[in-house]
Write a protein that binds this ligand. Structure first.
Ligand SMILES: Cc1cc2nc3c(=O)[nH]c(=O)nc-3n(C[C@H](O)[C@H](O)[C@H](O)COP(=O)(O)O)c2cc1C
Ligand code: SF4
Length: 512
């Protein structure tokens, strides 16, 4: 009896649209056809419009079938022909996955294992270069590891794009017996799921990245602060942590190096502001998520007053490949001061939503049109909100911008965490502006006046404009208020909430 090797995603999105049911149907149909299927549950390839998808090993590579309707038993059972072979005549047959244009057009660098391996198999992780980065790091001195990260040009992927090497250098330079590595996995921005996909699809990569950061900075304890709405990521991370401890990849004597690094998962408090780094530290200490004044920087006085490196998931998971292959390999990708790859996440009214890893410098238009395929409704794209709820609404006239932090900033926009939410021409941009201000009013931690009071007044002023009350005067007032919030807020929630509002006033003037 032939055995077919099959792969189905276990990520939250795929499961929410029937991946588990498709897996069960596949096994049942194999039995009927006298075939056996060796099924591996992997992370997702990020091609959500093709999920639930089944991949099979062939001599030429992995071929795929998708999307498969879990309610359509016949569709799933006919993926395997009565002879026990793959049915390449099946309407959902996609051919070689590597040749699906939206996959072939990417550069899977940091996300190369996601969708390929069993996320909890340490053996498979190792077979795909896993732990080679840490192995090399342990043979280097800590300054050299930090310089490798600095020379790669890696910038923080959590939003502010601060150079990761500089932050690491500051923590490494602190002379303290206790230092911490904190992973910001709160992932609160609208339309973002890159952190979740890596935690569910390649959890050892985050563990390895944080261990490298610990060795480089001289930190012996790490915490992963995970969004509470990600129960599956929490479960998988905890299982991977247990395996890493079992194999001395964590603990008192990491890879027999004599170095210690311990790691724990912490469930987040469920507030947008708890993603802001100082608020996150308060929350980790068991307090209310209230923003701290800076200075002191967390790199000098962070968690429990100790030097702390706090980085986003994608920043940390970029480290093993940088150390394994050397800084130049990463620096060679990208443009100007934006090096390496960006994991773009497409959501909203888009035909082909999902995650796409591309080098910086790729044109925004290619992302939205070639990868995203335009809107799901088939209507023209009106705007794309990029960088989460504090990001500007970018009009099609600016779609020729390359993915480059500075190029975006020059147009009053930001890349942030790489989340893009697409809107078609039926969107009411005045309503979107109002929503942005109201979001800030609701999520404000309340510590500073421009944000706490400004966002409430801002929402009221927008309502007056929308009701047609003294429109010109209120537009002037709104801009003035936005500028006060930008200049006077303590953190980026109040400091950036005006950006979407201002972008609507600038690009969709007649709607607000
Ligand atoms: C209101 C607010 C929410 C934030 N939410 C997140 C988040 O969910 N995840 C994240 O990585 N960074 C978030 N940030 C950015 C963090 O404060 C910080 O810059 C980041 O964790 C640093 O890591 P990086 O240098 O690797 O980007 C947020 C910032 C603000 C102001
Ligand atoms: S800007 Fe808003 S969220 Fe940030 S510290 Fe001030 S009140 Fe808190």
């Amino acid at each position: 009896m032939t055995t077919l090797s099959a792969y189905i995603s276990l990520d939250t999105t795929s499961r929410s649209i029937g991946a588990d049911e498709v897996a069960a149907l596949l096994q049942a149909s194999a039995v009927q056809h006298g075939t056996s299927v060796s099924l591996t549950r992997t992370g997702t390839r990020g091609l959500f419009w093709l999920e639930p998808m089944i991949e099979f090993d062939t001599d030429a590579g992995r071929v795929a079938f998708g999307p498969l309707d879990p309610g359509d038993v016949r569709a799933v059972s006919t993926v395997i022909s009565p002879k026990g072979e793959l049915n390449t005549e099946h309407p959902a047959y996609l051919g070689l996955l590597d040749e699906v244009p939206e996959f072939a057009g990417q550069l899977r660098h940091t996300y190369s294992r996601v969708g390929v391996t069993d996320p909890l198999s340490l053996a498979q992780y190792r077979a795909h270069h896993g732990y080679e980065g840490l192995q090399r790091a342990l043979s280097m001195n800590s300054d050299d590891i930090v310089e490798e990260i600095a020379n790669s040009g890696l910038r923080g992927r959590g939003g502010a794009a601060f150079p990761t090497g500089i932050k690491m250098r500051t923590v490494a330079a602190q002379n303290d017996t206790q230092k911490y590595i904190v992973c910001n996995a709160d992932e609160g921005d609208s339309g973002t799921f890159a952190d979740r996909i890596i935690m569910e699809g390649d959890p050892f990569l985050l563990i390895e990245g944080m261990t490298i950061a610990g060795v480089a900075c001289g930190a012996t304890q790490g915490y992963i602060y995970v969004r509470s709405e990600y129960p599956q990521a929490i479960t998988l991370l905890n299982k991977a942590l247990a395996t890493a401890y079992e194999h001395q990849l964590l603990g008192e004597n990491v890879m027999a190096s004599g170095k210690q690094f311990d790691l724990e998962v912490r469930k987040a408090a469920g507030a947008y502001i708890c993603g802001e780094e100082t608020s996150l530290l308060e929350s980790l200490e068991g307090k209310r998520g209230l923003v701290r004044f800076k200075p002191p920087l967390p790199a000098i006085e962070g968690l429990f007053g100790k030097p702390t490196l706090i980085n986003n998931v994608v920043s940390l998971v970029s480290m093993p490949e940088i150390v394994r292959l050397g800084a130049d390999s990463y620096h060679a990708l990208g443009v100007e001061r934006s090096r390496g790859t960006l994991t773009v996440q497409l959501a909203g009214n888009v035909k082909k939503g999902g995650l796409f890893e591309v080098p910086f410098g790729t044109a925004l238009r290619d992302v939205i049109e070639q990868f995203g395929g335009g809107t799901l409704t088939g209507r023209p794209v009106k705007a794309v909100q990029i960088g989460g709820p504090l990001g500007a609404f970018v009009p099609p006239a600016h779609f020729d911008m390359p993915l480059d932090y500075e190029a975006f900033a020059a147009r009053g926009a930001m890349i942030g965490h790489g989340g893009m939410v697409v809107f078609d021409d039926t969107a009411d941009m005045g309503e979107m502006a109002r929503f942005s201000m109201e979001f800030c009013a609701i999520e404000s931690c309340g510590k500073c006046t421009p944000c706490r009071i400004g966002a409430v007044r801002g929402t009221e002023v927008i309502d007056k404009i929308r009701r047609g009350e003294e429109v010109d005067a209120h537009r002037i007032l709104l801009r003035d208020l936005c500028n006060t919030m930008v200049d006077g807020s303590l953190c980026a929630l109040g400091g950036m909430a005006p950006f979407p509002v201002l972008s609507v006033m600038d690009h969709f003037e007649e709607e607000l």
